[in-house]
Ligand binder design. Structure first.
Ligand SMILES: *Cc1c(COP(=O)(O)O)cnc(C)c1O
Length: 349
């Protein structure tokens, strides 16, 4: 039996491909002589690889970063394996075999990973130096180890812990990375994420690895001018009702009407990534009016105060999702705001 197409979704995630492409080009310009790659892990920061990859490719991006091997298959629909780097590296022989079979390039993060890759026959890889974030990467003094020297390193890289702050750690990490460079033969050097690009030319080397700012994130004020918002969120009104003074709304009855109130139930909940923190100060918009969220956020719904707005069943409301402002309002990070976005959105690009 062939099923009919499902009816139109009550939740829409708009992805502005032109803005995404512009952001990549802007980050490329801000990277000076360095080439800009693109971090597309976590399904393109939650937006969907199938939406973001074509736009990034068309803009000119050629080096893509994911974290998991499970993410590779979605990328290979768009690009050859050699353009895909896997940040978590080689955890076992199965992953080494998968890298070989797909031509995907692992980031080697430890001596153990280096041994594993060499034992699998080696081949082009990247090498992560831990310059101070203490997450993944070999220690600087391990660079001379024979297992490291045996690697065929395409990109020698490190990752900044505090590039979004004016922290002395940035310069310390830069100095540590520079100290390691003479020890490892590599085709190219790479240090900066989105925020690192704004730290200036010293941080650019040959390749930058922006993620967040491609998708509209502004981790440092220097990027605010150059970066355009990419994402819009719209949700449908499921019902409208008239509340009387004393009526309560939502789980645990934490909101109570003080006066007659028109309230609308919207198809948007924490399962979609709109977490309960949004109940404090969050609002949707319709026809230029602000519609404050009242009561708890449910799994599939929020209720808003319509005020004077003539909102009716079937209308779509806008949920403002400009990342810097949304982060301020919700207390979530710009990264969380993107990667939380759930599967029920109809993604439109
Ligand atoms: C996620 C990630 C990036 C991208 O960082 P943004 O802050 O999103 O620009 C770059 N490099 C590595 C190693 C990463 O894990």
């Amino acid at each position: 039996m062939t099923l009919p197409e499902p009816p139109p979704a009550s939740l829409r995630l708009g992805i502005d491909k032109a803005a995404l492409a512009d952001n990549w080009r802007a980050l490329g310009r801000l990277s000076g002589a360095a080439e800009a790659g693109a971090a597309v892990k976590a399904d393109g920061y939650g937006l969907g690889v199938d939406h973001v990859l074509p736009a990034l490719l068309e803009a000119g991006a050629r080096q893509f970063f994911v974290a998991h091997w499970s993410e590779v298959v979605d990328l290979l629909k768009h690009v050859p394996g050699k353009q895909v780097s896997v940040l978590h590296g080689i955890r076992n022989a199965d992953e080494a075999a998968y890298a070989k079979a797909t031509g995907t390039v692992p980031v080697i993060n430890s001596l153990a990973q280096a041994h594993r890759w060499n034992e699998a026959g080696g081949g082009t890889c990247h090498l992560m130096i831990d310059s101070g974030i203490n997450r993944l990467g070999i220690a600087p003094d391990e660079a001379g180890d024979p297992a490291i020297q045996a690697l065929r390193v395409d990109t020698l890289m490190s990752h900044l812990a505090s590039a979004d702050e004016d922290s002395p750690l940035n310069e310390r990490q830069l100095a540590t990375f520079r100290d390691v460079v003479p020890w490892v033969q590599a085709r190219q050097l790479s240090l900066a994420n989105s925020a690192g690009i704004a730290l200036g030319a010293d941080y650019h080397f040959d390749l930058t690895r922006p993620g967040l700012s491609l998708y509209g994130g502004v981790p440092r004020p220097e990027l605010a001018e150059a970066i355009r918002p990419v994402v819009t969120v719209e949700a449908a009104v499921l019902q409208v009702r008239n509340l009387q003074p004393g009526d309560v709304v939502g789980y645990n009855a934490v909101w109570r009407a003080q006066k007659p109130t028109r309230a609308a139930t919207i198809s948007l909940g924490y399962a979609d990534g709109i977490l309960r923190c949004w109940a404090q100060g969050g609002a949707l918009q319709h026809g230029g009016d602000q519609l404050p969220i009242i009561g708890r956020v449910s799994m599939d719904m929020v209720v808003v105060d319509c005020g004077e707005n003539d909102l009716k069943e079937g209308d779509f409301c806008n949920f403002p999702y400009g990342l810097p402002q949304a982060a301020e309002l919700s207390g979530l990070s710009q990264y969380e705001l993107l990667t939380l976005l759930g599967k029920r959105f109809l993604r439109q690009s």
